[in-house]
Design a protein around this ligand. Sequence first.
Ligand SMILES: Nc1ncnc2c1ncn2[C@@H]1O[C@H](COP(=O)(O)OP(=O)(O)OP(=O)(O)O)[C@@H](O)[C@H]1O
Length: 432
Amino acid sequence: MELLRLENITVSFKFPEGEITVLDNINFTVNEGDFIALLGPSGSGKSTILRIIAGLLKPNKGKVYYKGKEIKGVNPGVAMVFQNFALFPWLTVLENVELGLKAKGVPPEERRERAIKAIDLIGLDGFENAYPKELSGGMKQRVGFARALVMDPDILLLDEPFSALDVLTAENLRNDLIELWIEKRIPTKAIILVTHSIEEAVYMADRVLLLSKDPGRIIKEVKITLPHWRDKKSQEFLDIVDEIYGVLTGKPVERISAKEKKPLHIPQASVGSITGLVELVNDLEGKADIYKLGEELLMDVEDLLPIIEACEILGFAEIREGDIILTEAGREFAEADVLERKEIFKKLAIEKVPFLKQIVKLLQSKSNHKMPRSFFLDLLKQHLSPQEAEKELDILIDWGRYAELFEYDDDRDELYLPETSELLVNVQKQEE
Ligand SMILES: Nc1ncnc2c1ncn2[C@@H]1O[C@H](COP(=O)(O)OP(=O)(O)OP(=O)(O)O)[C@@H](O)[C@H]1O
């Protein structure tokens, strides 16, 4: 049965530089039993959609229907859980949970009874009289859930409720919610979850609506028919994650797999950006969600991908389930001093990028150990467009110079091996 319908929703905001359309013609229906995830990059308007559904924001165009009736004010059928918990610090857990019922005019006894039940249900039994400051992040968010559930909403709106929690706490709370939902221990008829995490969406939801940004549009709906509990390591799960990743980045997932690369191609990532990314992921304990990372760096995932790809090709990192994970070599590189870094980079670049090795070999074979840039450019042009070849050679030169595999004379536009170079010996040794 249809619970909610969004029809041609368009939202724009006025800025000094003009009006910007944030949501463009959003249409979808929520039926009883739906667990929907809204997934998309930052700024794609996910939270704005929740505010529209809740009736907290009026769209410029379009209508929202709840149980067939157009919503003109606050939607009576929804309750929301926020990323930052949004608790009142001066109220106890019980008082925080009771507040919505009080506002609705529910008599004191009934609201106390219902609040205590919601607190029990969400696993906070015994903390009724605690104040938010006495609670951990995970417990605060449990209060956030109790406060929403106590209203017995038809539709639970979740605005990134797990993203401020540490990994284990978030996983526990996710599982507790799924359990309440699949065992029908809550009367909630539908859930809409806003998230950045592809894995979270595929783990929890049955329908994933993928949004693009500038302006926010629904670009695809992916149905997830895997039964709960879902195995994040299973091939089916990983295939769905890859499919979504491909849609959101506009690139098939194979493009970031080093194994699938043509031997010549290296991504457009300077040594500086590779170093920066490896250091950053190392500071994040060696693992980071690619989407989150893009956000923290204020970069589109699109722009981050070549750097990630370069890290993968060089063997500094692996990509798994939308996360970048440093390898042993990546950690070693991040923690090394300047000279050690050059050594590590040199070893891996020679091993993993055959064309760099080829450059060194060619330079070695010349009696003066010099060759014009145009020679290598022509070699690359046999496989790439002239523009791509130029870009690729610039990156190869950047990597090669940093690793001290060769030098480059800007005035003469030539690559050369300095007299003092020990590289030839090293390369020969590696080959033996
Ligand atoms: N009240 C407002 N006034 C002006 N601009 C707004 C307002 N609310 C949202 N926006 C803009 O609308 C766009 C979408 O915001 P929204 O928070 O819905 O995106 P989101 O996908 O939920 O992002 P995030 O994942 O970062 O929370 C953003 O560019 C935001 O700056």
